[in-house]
Design a protein around this ligand. Structure first.
Ligand SMILES: Nc1ncnc2c1ncn2[C@@H]1O[C@H](COP(=O)(O)OP(=O)(O)OP(=O)(O)O)[C@@H](O)[C@H]1O
Ligand SMILES: [Mg+2]
Length: 357
């Protein structure tokens, strides 16, 4: 049975301000769910509803076999970590970590065991006597995590816990988080707008837009089979190339070049083609009979490990293809021949944005 269940959850602030629209989700023991989406899509509101800091307009929240929809936050057995850390500045690291246990009247010896155990796991042992003002951002973040971990809650909620850290530290703490949560069973709901965090940490990802769940799947499916154009464009960096193409017979026209359409119930007049930059191949690796797309390189950006290459496709100046390639320039002039492997092409409906194939 799922440890955390959201059933048709809805939060309305006003007729045009509905940050959470009919969200239903399950998170089981051992699962790490990430709510991923752009700013304002309703991630924090959803988390605050689970924590009990807001009340839903409609719907139900269950933890274990309890309906906690209208239960006070303190009675839900949830631990929440905020972006701001929210540490008590006048208390030491030890006291910060122990505070919620003291409040629950946990015996002193037990508190000591729990704090010692968690501070060891987080590398905080040396810092237990310090106050938050004398810690680095990363250390403060670990104290905030430690404070959540000592509570052994039924559910962990984390809202953008890494966004105040610089890029290097974020990578380090991200890896630590992954190990830390892999070693415990309580379900985790993690909010971020950072797709790398979502891809690396989660067992499943809910992509949100405008208060709606667009797709709920393990990270690899979010990436390889985005359910609509929004998810396709939101997940992936550099972004998936997306083109609106006219259809002629069984082909979609990319500039001068016909690309075979998949089998569809009806052939639309226009269609959206998506292909990830790393899936664009240089012609030569293709099967006989496939279309060669001719283009011209107009920009090469060296990312160190890879090159990001912007290419204008012949016959339609407005199209730009970006391809990743290792090593040096594999071509002699700016004229290049490309190939889109059919298995790597995503097709979406022009009007609804839904995946067609
Ligand atoms: N207390 C409130 N009263 C009215 N509107 C609110 C309130 N809290 C949030 N909203 C609105 O709800 C929408 C979703 O907000 P929310 O904080 O959930 O977004 P988010 O996905 O967490 O975004 P971000 O990535 O910027 O943190 C926003 O349009 C916001 O203005
Ligand atoms: Mg937020």
């Amino acid at each position: 049975m799922a440890q955390l269940q959201l059933k048709n959850l809805n939060k309305t602030y006003g007729p045009k301000n509905i940050p959470v629209k009919n969200i239903s989700l399950d998170v089981s023991e051992g699962e790490f769910l990430t709510l991923l989406g752009p700013s304002g899509c309703g991630k924090s509101t959803t988390l605050r509803l689970i924590a009990g800091l807001e009340q839903p307009t409609k719907g139900e929240i269950r933890i274990g076999d309890r309906n906690v929809t209208y239960t006070k936050p303190g009675d839900r057995n949830i631990a929440m970590v905020f972006q701001s850390y929210a540490l008590y500045p006048h208390l030491t690291v030890y006291e910060n970590m122990a505070s919620s246990l003291k409040l629950r009247k946990v015996p002193r010896a037990e508190i000591e065991t729990l704090v010692t155990e968690v501070s060891q796991a987080l590398g905080l042992t040396e810092l237990l006597d310090r106050k938050p003002g004398k810690l680095s951002g990363g250390q403060r973040q670990r104290v905030a995590l430690g404070r959540a971990l000592v509570r052994k809650p039924a559910v962990f909620l984390l809202d953008e816990p890494l966004s105040n850290l610089d890029a290097l530290l974020r990578e380090k703490v991200r890896a630590e988080l992954k190990q830390l949560f892999a070693a415990q069973q309580a379900p985790v709901v993690y909010v971020t707008h950072d797709q790398t965090e979502a891809m690396t940490l989660s067992t499943k990802v809910a992509v949100l837009n405008n208060g709606n769940v667009q797709q709920l799947d393990p990270p690899h499916l979010i990436y390889t089979r985005p359910t609509n154009q929004f998810v396709a464009g939101f997940v992936g960096s550099p972004q998936m190339n997306l083109f609106v193409l006219k259809c002629q017979g069984n082909f979609a026209m990319l500039g001068d070049f016909p690309l075979r359409l998949p089998d569809l119930p009806t052939m639309p007049p226009e269609i959206v083609l998506g292909i990830r930059p790393e899936n664009v191949s240089f012609a030569g690796e293709m099967e006989a009979g496939e279309t060669v797309i001719k283009g011209e390189v107009f920009l090469v950006e060296n990312l160190g490990m890879q090159n990001l290459i912007s290419i204008r496709v012949k016959g339609d100046d407005s199209l730009t293809v970006r391809a990743l390639l290792p090593g040096d320039r594999p071509w002699n002039s700016d004229a290049v021949e490309l190939f889109f492997p059919p298995d790597s092409i995503h097709w979406f409906d022009v009007k609804t944005g839904d995946r067609l194939h």
